[in-house]
Write a protein that binds this ligand. Structure first.
Ligand code: ADP
Length: 175
């Protein structure tokens, strides 16, 4: 059983076994958190990403962390929000599940996630937070490998939304 934390910060500064990158399907870099991770990791990250032949939405692939304080980066392309009737929820849950399973199978103890899809990809943060929190918390109940997962929120609104989602999840699981 692992611990779950929600913090405000910059994910590129986290000294954990793996940080998750909200990537795009090319894995060749972009804006937002993806751009920040590539800048902080240095050009070798892009070189390794070029060998991966992209990644499907909802799946995940792992690279080394290079100049980052994190040992590894798990790249996952989140769904682009198209109104909510295009399996966005299924795909977002799949992102978190694939990253967590990859962490588990790679023996990672500490992982940090950004708020996948809620930036440029336009996923409403209230809905994304509910999916992220429940998927991570359910995983942490059974894992015997991952000891800590940190949700790293970049801004105050995202932080408060994830904290509210956690409180709602905890209240519901008490009922
Ligand atoms: P997506 O394309 O999946 O929406 P974005 O990078 O545009 O990805 O945004 C995802 C989330 O990551 C947003 O909440 C954004 O504010 C946040 N973010 C941007 N930079 C960082 C960072 N350095 N550390 C943590 N979160 C970040």
């Amino acid at each position: 059983m692992g611990k779950f934390k929600i913090e405000k910060g910059d994910i590129t500064l986290y000294e954990v076994d793996a940080i998750v990158n909200a990537a795009n399907t090319t894995l060749l870099g972009g804006g937002g958190v993806d751009g920040a991770i590539h800048r902080a990791a240095g050009p070798q990250l892009l070189e390794e990403c070029k060998t991966l032949n992209g990644c499907d939405t909802g799946k995940a692939k792992m690279t080394k962390g290079y100049l980052l304080p994190a040992k590894y980066v798990i790249h996952t392309p989140g769904p682009i929000w198209h109104g909510g009737d295009n399996y966005e929820d299924v795909l977002l849950k799949s992102c978190y599940q694939h990253c967590l399973k990859l962490g588990e199978s790679s023996g990672l103890k500490t992982m940090a996630f950004p708020s996948i899809s809620t930036g440029v990809y336009g996923y409403p943060v209230e809905q994304a937070a509910g999916i992220a929190v429940s998927t991570i918390c359910e995983f942490l109940k059974w894992t015997e490998v991952v000891e800590e997962v940190i949700m790293v929120c970049h801004d105050e609104h995202t932080l408060q939304t994830y904290q509210r989602a956690l409180n709602e999840y905890l209240e519901e699981s008490r009922m």
